[in-house]
Design a binder for this molecule. Structure first.
Ligand code: NAD
Ligand code: UDX
Length: 482
């Protein structure tokens, strides 16, 4: 039986390994992590992450060929293939702070593998890492290896949260990078290919050299984020001209060379990957003497920041230039629907922007725990554009001005305005007449996800702002938004 061990039981390690175990009954998969609460949760009825379809897959395999454990060394020692799926956040101090990937967790995992291994292993980079990381990992492994052979492969993960299980079961492609120039490298590539071939069609498994695989992951995320910043930049122009961004995106996306997916204008992209990976790309370009390329990609994040602050400015200027003491109902806090993940969610920046103008916030999200929302808003945020500085809202201000509730109607009761910050399906079918009746007047709706039926809400009596849509006559008369 092939033994797989995955270091890191997070949003990637957990679902990815669960699907491998599900699709390959002849393979034993153990997911290990240094976090005791995380592993305890993986072994419990309430998994540590919310992901549609995940519970079913885990329940089918757990205890049979899928295991979760804190005994890292024991399971790594006997594995044939070790996936490393630890977090690789942006560095917040030292060389490259604000841009470079922090590889501390990766390095410590690699050192542990080298220390405990007694047999040859394939070590798979599952985490997103800077191009050329495999070279450094090879050095760590071979330096401490006591004559054991390690083959390093890059097998980046392309799943998106909220659709992780369908993405894993039916991936557009699986990418495997390795040392194609050596027999050992080719054999390792084939071994990993054989695992995926249990369910992924042959033509969708792409094999490349190590550096292409590592760079493809960063490039894919940069391209995806760029599409959102492109459509968001056009959304600002739509508001200024009377064009409708949904109509423009649809017309543009009909061109098969462009395609219609991933062109939804929004309050901004969030998630743990896009900003981090683009900053990483920017840093690598700078280190390779390519400042023009670095600046090109930096602009994708700048437009994203602009979109978030534009939203806050629009809201404040529409409400007579102040939200001081006004109650704002926030619908949605996660960075997208169908996940409880809040990493880099635009909701954090929007809420902080409103708090700095002294608003009172009542927040509802179907999945994000109350404590997580409070923590996210109070934790000082590292400013990537000005390394060394942080944006901070004092904890007592957060405690006094933010309330988390468990119902959209409660969040919006007596509110002066509503902000939709995540596109949860349930926000499409709320009883907006009832909500309107219970709000202060004039009642404002600021839809950051183009979820509501603008005409219907205007008919009810709301003053509606929806990203990139022709402006409400009321908003047109308000001061211009920079
Ligand atoms: P995560 O923070 O959810 O999980 C990482 C886990 O690794 C944590 O549970 C942490 O305790 C554990 N860990 C850290 N150091 C460890 C060590 N030395 N030994 C054992 N466990 C250790 O992160 P994630 O979202 O799963 O992302 C993991 C990697 O995958 C990142 O590089 C990310 O960029 C990449 N990625 C993420 C996504 C996504 O949607 N989240 C998608 C594709 C790729
Ligand atoms: C992303 C990549 O899609 C995935 O391939 C990679 O493996 C990890 O990073 P994820 O961050 O989980 O996945 O979600 P994604 O669906 O890409 O959405 C990212 C952000 O962009 C969300 O905040 C989402 O709301 C926003 N978005 C997405 C838009 O604003 N408009 C769109 O058209 C699509």
């Amino acid at each position: 039986m092939v033994k797989i061990c995955c270091i890191g039981a997070g949003y990637v390690g957990g679902p990815t390994m669960a699907v491998i175990a599900y699709k390959c009954p002849s393979v034993e998969v153990v997911v290990v992590d240094i976090s005791v609460p995380r592993i305890t949760a993986w072994n419990s009825e309430k998994l540590p992450i919310y992901e549609p379809g995940l519970d079913e897959v885990v329940k089918k395999c757990r205890g049979k060929n899928l295991f979760f454990s804190n005994e890292l060394e024991k399971h790594v020692a006997v594995a044939d293939i070790v996936f490393v799926s630890v977090n690789t956040p942006t560095k917040t101090s030292g060389l490259g702070a604000g841009k470079a990937a922090d590889l501390t967790y990766w390095e410590s995992a690699a050192r542990m593998i080298a220390d405990v291994s007694k047999s040859s292993k394939i070590v798979v980079e599952k985490s997103t890492v800077p191009v050329k990381t495999a070279e450094a990992i090879e050095k760590i492994l071979t330096h401490n290896s006591k004559g054991i052979e390690f083959q390093v492969l890059s097998n980046p993960e392309f799943l998106a949260e909220g659709t992780a299980i369908t993405n894993l079961v039916d991936p557009d492609r699986v990418l495997i990078g390795g040392r194609e120039e050596t027999p050992g490298g080719l054999k390792a590539i084939q071994t990993l290919k054989d695992i995926y071939a249990h369910w992924v069609p042959h033509e969708r498994i792409i094999c490349t050299n190590l550096w292409s695989a590592e760079l493809s992951k960063l490039a894919a995320n940069a391209f995806l984020a760029q599409r959102i910043s492109s459509v968001n930049s056009i959304s600002a122009l739509c508001e200024a001209t009377g064009a409708d961004v949904t109509q423009v995106a649809s017309a543009v996306g009909k061109d098969l060379r462009i395609g219609s997916k991933f062109l939804n204008a929004s309050v901004g992209f969030g998630g743990s990957c896009f900003q981090k990976d683009i900053l990483n790309l920017v840093y690598i370009c700078e280190c390779n003497g390519l400042p023009e390329v670095a600046n090109y990609w930096k602009q994708v994040i700048k437009i994203n920041d602009y979109q978030k602050s534009r939203f806050v400015n629009r809201l404040v200027s529409s409400m007579f230039n102040t939200v001081s003491g006004k109650k704002i109902g926030i619908l949605g806090f996660s960075f997208k629907k169908d996940t409880g993940d809040t990493r880099e969610t635009p909701a954090i920046d929007v809420c902080r922007g409103l708090l700095s103008d002294k608003a009172q916030l009542v927040i509802y999200d179907p999945q994000v725990p109350d404590a997580q929302i409070m923590k996210d808003i109070s934790t000082p945020k590292f400013d990537w554009d000005q390394p060394g500085s942080t944006i901070h809202i004092a904890e007592d201000v957060v405690k006094q001005s933010v309330k988390v509730v468990h119902d959209a109607y409660e969040a919006t009761k007596d509110a002066h305005a509503i902000c939709i910050l995540t596109e949860w399906d349930e926000f499409r079918t709320l009883d907006y007449q009832k909500i309107y009746n219970n709000m202060q007047k004039p009642a404002y709706m600021f839809d950051g996800r183009n979820v509501v039926d603008v005409a219907k809400l205007r008919q009810i009596g709301f003053i509606v702002y929806s990203i990139g849509k022709p402006l409400d006559p009321w908003l047109k008369d308000m001061p211009a938004v920079a």
